[in-house]
Design a protein around this ligand. Structure first.
Ligand code: PHE
Ligand code: ZN
Length: 879
């Protein structure tokens, strides 16, 4: 028998629902082997949709539910009065307004998908975005159906002393048999995906925030008692976020209480449920001994992101899931600007642009490419992507750039004002921006409907007689699945011109030295007057648009920009381009086996960089990092994994050898004892110091081994310890024994801390030296490995698939291993299965042997019966 094929859902088919749900009363009776859910729904006909005589039947979503009973206006409907098919319940309707009472039985203890109601470390919790609420009860589980929720949670008092749901607690009491209950009421209408419930044995830290209009808000952060000392940073971040959203957007919090709960088993980073955010514990818990600087910064950003959703997502939500970027792109932009204000703006921009160019560009060039507002999908969970989030953020940023900060703020005010309490669309957002600013965004809308990364090709000509400098800018965009031809985009292109002394030239009569060109044609030419010699263009300053820029920079040009450009992003980018050139040169001749010299201009430039006394530590650290293997792969025509790994390693080694004395001096200068503080200046020093350590490690001598061991043993914080651990593992060929010793030491220190252990798994599976298929297989059997934890799976499997030296060089064993895991995981947790398989979908870009083997692994997955919609969609689109 042939499997039923999952169907595709189209944006063009959107229809408003036949019925609304005005109020939703839920009662959860939580037990050890099942939960009874009683839903009482006040239903109302959507007058706008229905003009015919007979009332349409009502179809509710529902998955993996046992229907216990169904009443309509008090009358029980027996099973011959309704239809139950996979995924839905349909019943007849006789009145335009009616009440439904639905009782379902669910089994959270057996729910391994981590969608709906499930258990994590003994506590009950929910995850409903995007379509998880239908695993709790039958409902109109779509974001345009917004309802006022009341939730009563009943459970054993001893096991689950803390009972939480959205909104404010309005009632609580004790029942027989050690049971108790709490009733919560959320006065704001919301779609079901924002529903949340938690029941567990939790402790909390509490703080307070007074809003700009004097409202007192209680802030609580809940976690298991052994982690209660790790909540401070998240709490500080929360208060900063609340203040920032008032200052920058005029947005105030609206309930009496704001809660965050940390859970270990979670498919994503965190979730913005109204008044009750649920976080992956890895995105909220931190102490200096257990969290790196990067983790501290991630926590600050994610706490802010989820908090900001209260307006951009909750008060104004999405009409349908095609509009996902409406809330995500905008909210990522909000959190990025927040982080830029809290830390180094230049570095934040470099880091974000780097992720975008490496991972989002790859996505946009692969088989799953989609516009930030997709036109169709099979499984919405597959569209929580870098494109919807990060490119979506860049699109909002471009609007900010084109309008300027003041008009942008007028636009967001109008948007929130117009659509408060509504489910809106991306079009509503753009329209509000236009209406508030008077700026025409007609052509700009192509960013919402077209996928693929535009290529901007810049050529120039200087006329010595007139002093005119002609800059010709052409744009194109490669074909992507379903989109052969593209219309030109409206691209804001940041520009400056440098003269021979490295000074910025005035670009117009007003004397502006920086400009944002509004590019709209497939080709257009700009003329700048009065140039005494041929200027050097600084293009796409501050990464003003998510595009690739092609300009024929010589190495001398790049070295010049590294020194003189005033834009941090472009200084960094010049450095990256130089690195890419040097590495690609070695990659091209890799097969010849002959000794190749490393580009001397690059080596000289790095010498200047290391010694530069004026450069901000944080920017220097970013500039000193060679392009990652992933970014080299993204930029390659055909990916040759072994050559990339070897060439990059060689360049790194050459830099270390040429500048060992300066690197050591810098390392020593930055190594001094002090109390840990996760502030930007301290983080920058540690980052730069550990970049130096990484180079010194490449020297591959006894002295550097000792230095790494000393840093490992003497570390007073996780940042320094993890950095040293990584270096030691990479040096395994020199001292296997030391590697075993520190890995054991690390294990003994942190074995009880699940979040730190994630790092222990990742450092091994991700190591070029250690991360063999056999090693990864052995680690999967390790006592500390929890195969039901997405964090563990991501660390171990994700670490391995990102390990270019190992994953791609095993004659296909790595691919087969991954295919086995995907097939196995698909039964347990389809979302995680479909995510970990992503690296295979890039098979077309690899050199022939690897490519064929990757394809074979995909074909084996495709042949499996009863694949989830998640894996089905990815595998079918990529073959
Ligand atoms: N909406 C969440 C966020 O971006 C992400 C998320 C999606 C979490 C789906 C869980 C499930 O903040
Ligand atoms: Zn979000």
């Amino acid at each position: 028998m042939k499997d039923a094929q999952p169907s595709t859902i189209y944006l063009k088919d959107y229809q408003a629902p036949d019925y609304w749900i005005d109020t939703t009363h839920l009662t959860f009776d939580l037990h050890e082997d099942h939960t009874l859910v009683t839903a009482v729904l006040q239903m109302r006909l959507n007058e706008a949709v229905n003009c015919g005589e007979a009332l349409p039947a009502l179809t509710l979503h529902g998955e993996d539910l046992d229907l216990v009973s169904l009443h309509r206006d008090g009358e029980e409907l027996e099973n011959d009065r309704y239809q139950l098919v996979k995924g839905s319940l349909t019943l007849p309707v006789e009145q335009p307004r009616f009440q439904l009472q639905i009782v379902t039985r669910i089994r959270p203890q057996e729910n391994t998908s981590l969608e709906g109601l499930y258990k994590s470390n003994g506590m009950f919790c929910t995850q409903c975005e995007a379509e998880g609420f239908r695993k709790i009860t039958y409902y109109l589980d779509r974001p345009d159906v917004m309802s006022v929720f009341t939730t009563k949670v009943i459970a054993s008092q001893a096991r689950y002393p803390v009972l939480l749901a959205n909104g404010n607690a309005i009632d609580r009491g004790e029942l027989d048999n050690d049971r108790h209950y709490v009733t919560w009421e959320d006065p704001f209408k919301k779609p079901s995906y924002l529903f949340a419930l938690v029941a567990g044995d939790l402790e909390y830290v509490e703080d307070h925030f007074t809003t700009m209009n004097g409202r007192e808000v209680t802030l609580r952060l809940f976690t298991e008692s052994h982690n209660i000392h790790k909540c401070d940073h998240a709490m500080i971040s929360l208060k900063k976020s609340m203040k920032w959203d008032e200052d920058v957007y005029g947005r105030e919090y609206d309930l009496d209480i704001f809660m965050i709960v940390a859970v270990d088993h979670f498919n994503m980073g965190a979730m913005e449920n109204k008044g009750l955010n649920i976080f992956n514990s890895s995105c909220v818990l931190a102490s200096p001994e257990t969290a790196t600087d990067a983790t501290y910064q991630k926590i600050e950003a994610i706490v802010a992101h989820e908090y900001f959703h209260n307006w951009s997502g909750n008060r104004v939500t999405c009409r349908d899931w095609f509009q996902l970027s409406l809330k995500e792109g905008f909210t990522v932009f909000r959190d990025a600007e927040f982080s830029a204000d809290m830390n180094s703006r230049g570095v934040k921009r470099i880091q974000d642009a780097s992720v975008l160019r490496t991972a989002q560009f790859a996505e946009d060039a692969g088989p799953m490419a989609h516009p930030i507002r997709p036109e169709s999908f099979i499984e919405i969970s597959n569209f929580y992507t870098l494109t919807v989030y990060e490119k979506g953020c860049e699109v909002v940023r471009m609007i900010h750039t084109l309008l300027g900060a003041d008009k942008f703020r007028k636009g967001t005010d109008l948007y929130f004002d117009r659509h408060d309490g509504e489910a809106a669309t991306c079009e509503d957002f753009v329209k509000a921006m236009e209406d508030a600013s008077g700026v025409d965004l007609t052509q700009f809308r192509n960013w919402y409907s077209q996928s693929g990364t535009p290529v901007v090709t810049v050529t120039d000509r200087y006329e010595a007689e007139t002093g005119d400098y002609h800059l010709t800018i052409a744009q194109s965009c490669p074909a992507t699945p379903g989109q052969e031809h593209k219309k030109p985009f409206h691209i804001p292109l940041g520009l400056a011109l440098l003269d021979e002394q490295g000074q910025l030239l005035p670009l117009n009569a007003e004397g502006d030295k920086e400009q944002v060109l509004s590019i709209k044609q497939s080709e257009e030419t700009f003329v700048f007057k009065g140039c005494k010699s041929k200027p050097l263009p600084s293009l796409l300053r501050n990464f003003s648009a998510p595009v690739r820029v092609r300009y024929d920079y010589s190495k001398d040009d790049l070295v010049f920009l590294m020194k003189h450009d005033t834009d941090s992003f472009n200084r960094w980018d010049a450095c990256q381009r130089l690195g890419v050139m040097a590495i690609e040169q070695l990659v091209e001749r890799f097969d010849e086996q002959a000794e190749q010299a490393v580009d001397s201009q690059l080596l000289d430039a790095f010498g200047v960089l290391i010694a530069d006394p004026k450069l901000e530590h944080a920017v220097k650290a970013e500039m000193l990092c060679l392009p990652t293997e992933a970014s080299l792969a993204e930029q390659a025509e055909v990916i040759k994994p072994l050559a990339i790994v070897a060439a990059r390693k060689k360049v790194k080694q050459a830099i270390a050898e040429t500048h060992s004395a300066a690197l050591l001096a810098l390392y020593n200068q930055l190594s001094h004892e002090r109390d840990y503080c996760p502030e930007a200046a301290d983080i920058a020093e540690r980052t730069l110091k550990n970049v130096c350590l990484g180079y010194l490690a490449a020297l591959d001598d006894a002295e550097s081994l000792q230095r790494m061991a000393a840093q490992y043993n003497g570390a007073s914080n996780m940042t320094d310890r993890r950095a040293a651990l990584g270096c030691i593992v990479d040096a395994r060929h020199r001292d296997e024994h030391l590697v075993e010793q520190v890995l054991t030491d690390f294990y003994d220190r942190y074995k009880d801390d699940a979040n730190v252990m994630d790092g222990w798994f990742a450092v091994q599976s991700g190591s070029a030296e250690l991360g063999t298929v056999e090693k990864v297989q052995a680690l999967m059997q390790h006592d500390s490995f929890d195969p039901t934890s997405p964090n563990k799976l991501r660390s171990l499997i994700g670490g391995f698939t990102g390990n270019m030296a190992r994953f791609h060089t095993t004659g296909g064993a790595g691919y087969e291993f991954l295919a086995d895991r995907v097939i196995e995981l698909d039964k347990q947790n389809p979302q995680v299965a479909s995510r970990v398989m992503m690296p295979l979908t890039r098979w077309k870009k690899f050199e022939p042997v690897a490519s064929g083997l990757m394809k074979k692994a995909l074909q084996r997955i495709k042949a499996v019966h009863d694949l989830s919609t998640d894996v089905y969609e990815v595998v079918n689109k990529s073959l």
